[in-house]
Write a protein that binds this ligand. Structure first.
Ligand SMILES: [Ca+2]
Ligand SMILES: [Ca+2]
Length: 458
């Protein structure tokens, strides 16, 4: 290859060369790999047909840089062993773990050969790469579930259509966090299996238990794919979520009632309109304490069906025996709903531990007294105990007390007998002269009928 320039080199001249060796290779050379550092915990290493994302510095043998992913500030993303990369790189990446740094020397016949590449890589150049593997997955991958911790008490697993509340910590395979619900201090809430979250998360949230923790590894085709998401998630990124399920429910759920103690004798049970006295502890599913009647001196009281307590508790207090104990699981639509309440997160499932302390059978709304048997055919005659065609309050009161004592009637619970008698008497003594006459007396059922009739006329 020397160009003999005869007029430059005189005869019999001694030649002195300064040689700078730029490159050296042999056709018998193999791709040389040296592991600089590799993580202790390596669950998976590069195989053919995997897709990888890696950073690299590429230099020639003399140390000059021809390319670097760091200056471009984005990883090089490629399938391995499918001809996307030079042969030497396809070989050199095999067996690498995420986080591993590898020194890879590739002879030119496994790189760009006698043509080189562009202006940066000269012909017949040996290439030296320092590679840091950032990410790996296979296009055939499904999600992977690891590190599951399932509560022993699990009796129900989530299904498509459930509404779930969970916390998550999202990282890349290299451990760098890209998003976390803990920082926002509120759970992520969504319906499951309806496409509201990335496909991989929709799968990851199925068949979970309340309180369960699991790690899920989601390949990009089940996450944000080749586009990534904004500045947060790069193209082809594998996502790792550590999720903690707080609770879930189905919009069709009613109150789940578990009877934990049923007294042997139970003659009567609670129903709508009854005045009930009860103790309760209310918690979230994870046991977080919210409210307790034991914080107060007396038991709680409520008239059932009167919209005095949340629907789930109202339903759960019905059909109870004196002294009975129950655990109620109340879905949010029968609890505090999407709005939540003080201390109750949005859409939270509530757990009530209740005990019925006492109760009084009730009367329908608007009534002060109800007959438990047929009312007397001639009511005024029955009321007028001394048969003088006048019923003052004392006589009226005596009559009512007698009916209650004989079990023929019942007054509104939560009121004293005197209050009930006084209110009922005022209602009946229409002209307010202190005496009920036969003309004035009307049964409430008749009044209601009259009112309905008037309404019909209108
Ligand atoms: Ca009388
Ligand atoms: Ca009167």
């Amino acid at each position: 290859r020397f160009i003999v320039v005869s007029d430059v080199i005189p005869p019999d001249a001694t030649l002195v060369f300064d040689i700078h060796l730029l490159d050296l290779w042999n056709t018998a050379d193999l791709v040389m790999t040296t592991i600089i550092t590799t993580p202790k915990d390596c669950k998976r290493s590069v195989m053919r047909t995997d897709f990888v994302r890696y950073h690299f510095n590429g230099t020639l043998l003399d140390g000059s840089t021809f390319d670097s992913s760091y200056t471009r500030k984005q990883t090089h993303d490629s399938l391995v062993g499918e001809g996307w990369l030079v042969k030497g790189m396809d070989e050199g990446l095999l067996g690498m773990c995420v986080g591993e740094i590898r020194h890879i020397v590739i002879p030119p016949f496994k790189a760009y050969g006698e043509k080189g590449s562009g202006t940066e890589i000269p012909p017949q150049a040996t290439l030296v790469f320092d590679v840091l593997l950032v990410d790996i997955h296979n296009p055939k991958d499904n999600i992977t579930i690891e590190n599951q911790v399932v509560p022993e008490s699990c009796t129900r697993r989530s299904v498509v259509g459930d509404y779930i509340r969970y916390h998550y910590n999202g990282t890349f395979l290299n451990g760098v966090t890209f998003d976390t619900s803990y920082q926002r201090n509120s759970t992520y809430n969504t319906y499951i299996g309806m496409g509201y979250v990335i496909a991989g998360m929709d799968r990851a949230l199925l068949e979970v238990c309340m309180g369960e923790r699991r790690r899920v590894i989601i390949p990009p085709h089940l996450a944000y794919g080749d586009k990534g998401a904004g500045d947060v998630i790069p193209p082809y990124a594998v996502l790792v979520f550590d999720i903690h399920i707080l609770d879930f429910h189905n919009p069709n759920d009613t109150v789940d009632i578990q009877v934990t103690h049923r007294p042997e004798t139970c003659n009567e049970t609670t129903a709508v309109n009854d005045l009930v006295y009860y103790h309760y502890n209310c918690t979230l599913v994870d046991g977080t304490k919210l409210f307790s009647s034991h914080d107060y001196e007396n038991a709680q009281e409520a008239v059932l069906g009167a919209d005095k307590v949340i629907d789930g508790l109202d339903l759960g207090l019905q059909g109870m025996c004196l002294g009975e104990k129950r655990v109620l699981i109340v879905p949010p639509h029968l609890g505090h709903g999407e709005r939540g309440a003080t201390g109750v997160p949005s859409s939270a499932v509530l757990v009530f531990d209740i005990e019925l302390v006492s109760f009084q059978k009730g009367v329908p709304p608007g009534y002060l007294f109800v007959w438990l048997e047929d009312s007397p055919a001639e009511l005024f005659q029955a009321l007028d105990l001394n048969k003088n065609n006048e019923v003052p309050q004392e006589e009226f009161g005596e009559f009512i007390k007698l009916q209650v004592a004989e079990g023929k009637g019942r007054i509104k619970p939560g009121m004293t007998m005197e209050q009930v008698i006084s209110d009922m008497f005022q209602n009946q003594d229409r002209n307010k002269d202190g005496i009920i006459t036969a003309d004035e007396l009307k049964l409430k059922v008749d009044e209601d009928k009259e009112r309905e009739a008037r309404h019909d006329e209108l």
